[in-house]
Write a protein that binds this ligand. Structure first.
Ligand code: FMN
Length: 209
């Protein structure tokens, strides 16, 4: 695929067929992620590829808790740049994924290696988050290029659920689970990504004249 076609159609895919993803494809996705940039090239990331049904179920349960809280909260801010119909379809897809997370062929957990013991607050851990996201995007784009559907998610790790996830995954204290990425062959099509107009966010030289 043309590189720009990959980028412009790598939208969030949340509905998958049950077919497994070949192991070599999973390795290829993690290889792509591992090539991502990091501060001082510390490469302080780990990737847990989950196929075990029991572990998937436990992660799905955590995601359910986070999504339930999210959907019960003030979701008027969810996907604010699209019309109401699209917004409702977005929320329906998040809910569908919540109900089927345990069935997805594979789940990748992107983890940050904090080297020292993790700080108490998530805000302090967000330094670690910056280390994983470039790599996560590599993974998402590679998945798109290979026809694999994916979406980066974080609701499973809300609040103290991050610790529960760490227990489920047998993570040592200095490894934080940051992003949960379900992977599967999509039931729908990769459509064009929609964003607000570029001139609302792109500035030359200064924010304003
Ligand atoms: C930091 C971050 C956290 C996210 N958390 C979730 C999540 O918990 N659940 C989910 O379904 N999608 C999650 N997403 C995916 C976003 O909803 C998605 O990237 C956004 O709606 C744009 O989708 P699009 O590329 O299809 O337009 C997250 C994305 C980011 C960058």
């Amino acid at each position: 695929m043309d590189f720009f076609d990959v980028i412009s159609t790598a939208r969030a895919m949340r509905r998958y067929k049950p077919d497994p993803i070949p192991e070599e494809t999973l390795v290829q996705l993690i290889e792509a992620a591992h090539l991502g940039p990091s501060g001082s090239n510390r490469q302080s990331r780990h990737w847990i590829v989950v196929r075990d049904p029991e572990v998937k179920q436990q992660l799905a349960d955590l995601n359910r808790k986070g999504v339930t809280q999210y959907l019960a909260g003030n979701i008027t801010q969810a996907n604010p740049h699209v019309d109401e119909g699209r917004r409702q379809r977005f929320l329906a897809a998040v809910e569908h994924q919540m109900n089927h997370m345990h069935e997805v062929p594979a789940i990748v957990i992107a983890c940050a290696d904090t080297v020292r013991k993790p700080a108490d607050t998530f805000a302090a851990g967000s330094g670690a988050a910056t280390e994983v996201w470039g790599s996560v995007q590599n993974l998402l784009l590679t998945a798109r290029a290979l026809g694999v559907g994916s979406v980066p998610t974080t609701l499973a790790f809300y609040g103290d659920q991050r610790e529960e996830a760490a227990r489920v995954l047998n993570l040592p204290d200095h490894i934080l689970p940051m992003v949960l990425i379900p992977l599967g062959w999509p039931t729908g099509n990769f459509g064009p990504i929609r964003r607000r107009p570029l001139d609302e966010v792109m500035h030359w030289d200064r924010y304003s004249d």
